[in-house]
Ligand binder design. Structure first.
Ligand code: FAD
Length: 409
């Protein structure tokens, strides 16, 4: 049976960042990453693919080029967890034991929870930036749009990048308004299961103004349940006090953000929280599992109650590394994650609100300016600086020396 001192499940944003930081912090550590995919994508760039700013290829790198030096890449997937035995089984049938496990498998997109969606996606105006295969089709759809309803949805579950469902809407609205004829025939609708435009009040206020300025219709407590591709209709369940009613909205363009949950292999394991989501149940400050002390988790799959973003990983990773090393040394776990997350809210081409905040919704700006304002400089940060930092700093493990590294991803 293979054994690794530290076994990281998932070589995405969180797994790679944690592995790099661990090796930088303590080069003698023996670290392995279990990751099935040969390709890695900078997912925050998919909003820009959908908006015609990036190509998909610009968001792509080969996994082999990102695995930190000295780290073993096991090209396989986890099939089950046995934390009592300190081991996992893989899809290929191997058993791997570990001293410490880091779970970073990311999130599952539940396309099938919306009737008719999987079949509809990718043609006749139905698209999603959350699907790698369809982000480019979003841009095609925006360009071909000639009028009617353009509907942008948000589901009832936690999702990765809570701002992404509306960022693409503002870019689409900009494009529609370039043609007065198209604009006069168009109605842009934000239909969201949430009760408001954004969960952090200080950033919701400027977004309400953006929506009003653009004449966008908002429909809250609207959960997409079905896509009727043949008749171009989207069926929503609408919460109305204690009752739920059905509302059918016709569309010419439909951008769907699907419900999300932990991958089944995690949700069905002893590591999962009981109840919805199935996330890995960790302490919200230390990132250590609440029942299995030699298990840690970060990124989208963790139960950390922050906004699920790559930026949050940047706040989590140094804390996880410090606490994992303390665990190995049998010292108290003293590093604390404060819930830092960042969502660069693109409010149109050339405009971004750099929304950074902690668990309590307090702004945590990395730049010395009012973070609630739309700024061209923050658009440049989003489109140029952050991708560069991601590839050249974050995935290479810089920042491990600080328990908390403010804001960039
Ligand atoms: P991922 O990066 O998704 O990695 C998970 C890894 O686990 C993958 O490599 C996968 O192959 C692997 N895996 C899955 N199952 C298994 C298994 N069984 N065994 C082993 N490995 C497995 N974040 C921001 O900070 N800013 C943004 O502006 C932003 N915009 C976004 C826009 C869109 C459209 C999307 C889709 C995401 C956006 N994000 C943004 C979110 C960000 O990309 C994620 O929060 C981040 O990638 C989470 O990292 P992760 O490692 O947890 O998951």
């Amino acid at each position: 049976m293979a054994h690794h001192q530290i076994l990281i499940i998932g070589g995405g944003t969180a797994g790679l960042t944690a592995a790099s930081q661990l090796r930088r912090a303590r080069p003698e550590l023996e670290v392995a990453i279990l990751e099935p995919s040969r390709d890695h994508y900078y997912q925050p760039g998919w909003t820009l693919v959908g908006g015609g700013v990036f190509t998909l290829e610009q968001t792509h790198r080969l996994e082999v080029d990102l695995i930190p030096e000295g780290v073993v890449w096991i090209h396989d997937a986890v099939a089950s967890f046995d934390p009592d035995a300190k081991a996992v089984r893989t899809a290929a049938g191997a058993t791997i034991s570990y001293d410490v496990l880091v779970v970073a498998t990311g999130i599952k997109l539940c396309w099938d929870r919306i009737k008719g969606l999987s079949e509809a996606l990718g043609s006749n105006g139905v698209t999603s930036n959350y699907s790698r295969e369809h982000a480019a089709y979003t841009w095609q759809t925006i360009q071909n749009f000639q009028g009617g309803n353009a509907v942008f949805t948000y589901p009832e579950t936690p999702i990765k990048c809570a701002g992404a469902p509306q960022k693409i809407m503002y870019m689409a609205d900009d494009v529609f308004k370039r043609s007065p004829e198209v604009a006069s025939r168009s109605s842009v609708i934000y239909a969201s299961a949430t009760p408001g435009i954004f969960g952090i009040p200080v950033y919701a206020e400027p977004l309400k103004k953006v929506v009003a300025r653009r004449g966008i219709t908002t429909k809250f407590l609207h959960t997409l349940k079905e896509v009727r591709a043949a008749s171009k209709e989207a069926v929503f369940h609408v919460k109305d006090g204690d009752t739920t009613r059905e509302e059918v909205i016709s569309y010419e363009m439909l951008h769907v953000t699907p419900p999300m949950a932990a991958p089944d292999v995690v949700a069905e394991s002893p590591l999962a929280v009981s109840g919805p989501g199935g996330w890995v149940e960790v302490d919200k400050f230390t990132t250590q599992h609440v029942r299995f002390p030699n298990v840690f988790s970060l990124g989208d799959v963790s139960s950390l109650p922050n906004s699920k973003t790559a930026a949050a990983v940047r706040g989590q990773a140094p804390v996880l590394v410090a606490n994992l090393l303390a665990f190995l040394d049998q010292r108290p776990l003293e590093a604390r994650y404060d819930g830092y997350a960042c969502c660069p809210l693109i409010t149109g081409y050339g405009k971004t609100i750099m929304a950074e905040f902690d668990y309590d919704g307090n702004p945590k700006p990395s730049f010395p300016c009012d973070p609630t304002k739309e700024r061209w400089t923050m658009w440049v940060v989003k489109t140029k600086l952050l991708p560069w930092l991601y590839w050249n700093r974050m995935l290479k493990g810089y920042g491990h020396e600080r328990q908390f590294m403010p804001g960039v991803s």
